[in-house]
Design a protein around this ligand. Sequence first.
Ligand code: ATP
Ligand code: MG
Length: 242
Amino acid sequence: MQSIMKLRQVRKAYTTGTVTFEALRGINLMVNRGEFIAVVGPSGSGKSTLMNIMGCLDIPTSGEYRFENQLVNSLSPNQLADIRNRKVGFVFQAFNLLPYATTYENVEIPLLFAKVSGRKRKQRITELLARLGLADKAANKPTELSGGEMQRVAIARALANEPDVILADEPTGNLDSASGAEIVNIFRELWQSGKTVIVISHDVSIAEHAERIVRLKDGLIETNGDLSREQPASGTDNQSLS
Ligand SMILES: Nc1ncnc2c1ncn2[C@@H]1O[C@H](COP(=O)(O)OP(=O)(O)OP(=O)(O)O)[C@@H](O)[C@H]1O
Ligand SMILES: [Mg+2]
């Protein structure tokens, strides 16, 4: 199978004043095209840091990161922005929608950055809103939408430029269980349509749908495998995989 992302001995250190903290301490990970991966692990274990690197929002302090065989470490900020815009769709816990823009306008933003023509933008947005059940919410602003609807707008925006990869950081963290289940289904459909889907989540139902679970602990990969190989957590809490 063809790999789309390859991390070799990736480390990430944050320096605040005189204190340096190593959030990632030597990550080796290969992601195949079309995989559905859940990243789990305790708070502070480095999940978001890893996602930022995988999505080219940040670069490693040391080690190698290759996206589609291209060495990301050596790319300029403009080249990184270009990969993010064309190849990766991001979904965040807090939705990160523009508050004063309508549903339509929020989905339009990445298309404007990609210099897609007006006619094509309209066609693409109409198609995405229909696909995500938002056709009748095109003119509404985020404050006029439910949490589940806001997250669907964010997913429509993430899909605007037809990225190969969807990266989501706790996408159901702010949603009730019914809206969360809806979002999980959407990720599943995206995966079935051929996208590479990587979701950071404490939500056991996402991990259940994933083909592979990568568990982080203290900046390192603790386990990397499918659900059947996951050991049940000791103790009584079986609601959470992290
Ligand atoms: N910009 C930053 N500057 C300094 N330290 C940071 C920065 N970002 C993250 N860290 C630290 O790096 C570690 C890993 O953070 P990260 O956000 O990757 O954790 P996480 O696994 O996503 O946690 P959570 O589940 O709470 O979201 C934490 O100890 C955090 O305090
Ligand atoms: Mg995080």
